[in-house]
Design a binder for this molecule. Sequence first.
Ligand SMILES: [Zn+2]
Ligand SMILES: [Zn+2]
Length: 290
Amino acid sequence: MTNDDDAAARRVAGQPRGGGRRESADAAARRIADGVFWLGGCLSAFSAGEEVHYHVSSYLVIGSRATLLVDTGDPAHRPLVLDQLERALGGRPLDYVFPTHPEIPHAGNLPALLERFPGARVVGDVRDYALHFPESEGRFDAKRPGDAIDLGGREFRFLPAYIRDLENTLWGYDSGARMLFVSDGFSFIHDVPSPDGEDEPAHRPGQCRLLSSEMPAPPSVEQAAYGTGRALYWTKFVDVSSAFAEIERTLAELPTELIGPAHGNVIDDVDGMLATSLAAHRRVYEDARI
Ligand SMILES: [Zn+2]
Ligand SMILES: [Zn+2]
């Protein structure tokens, strides 16, 4: 249940945090669209004496009929995520949990969520989940790309993960907010120092809930390439042009105003970030050929 990016996140979590749980205050839930909340916390580390953050985000989608949580957040943030969720739900139950893949920052709070919300069902590519969570067998509903759930007034559709680190990763799309949920895809570092010995997508304290257009400057291709090459090591060896053609086809079919990565600021300037991300992936691939 680990990979480069998430294993590194665990290491960051183990480092001293100068402000105690200060990241919790920075990372208060934000309503980013009608019926969509950005939840989760940040892991923090120090680099050259400066504190930097790494997102471990979840997103709550609220329809008139049902509610759905994309990714569970990290167990290090369990009380924070449960508290944010209760507030955002405003007394409604959580009906669906969609871990984009079975890694700790994405599925680690599943037992706590299923205990808190006894009616909730787990949706997604849930192969092998009963092995990880045998006590919850019977609450897993397998979904394939193209399947959809009617949340009431909006539809949540499951999509292939065009950029992924595990075979059973899925992306999602909410028709209500026209928002694409991309798991480990589209994680950028911004203009901040990387934590010592770590190369994670990072932001500064206070920037935790900023949309990409609200950040002081968009990430450069170099920064995006740096984060991409470290977090998704396989992209050194795979030409992602075809993946981006698929992503562009998806965006043409499903108009997208927001992109929600698990480990990066929410993207609201979709066209610009797509161009940067594609250029970054190409840079990583071409540099690995030299
Ligand atoms: Zn991840
Ligand atoms: Zn943060």
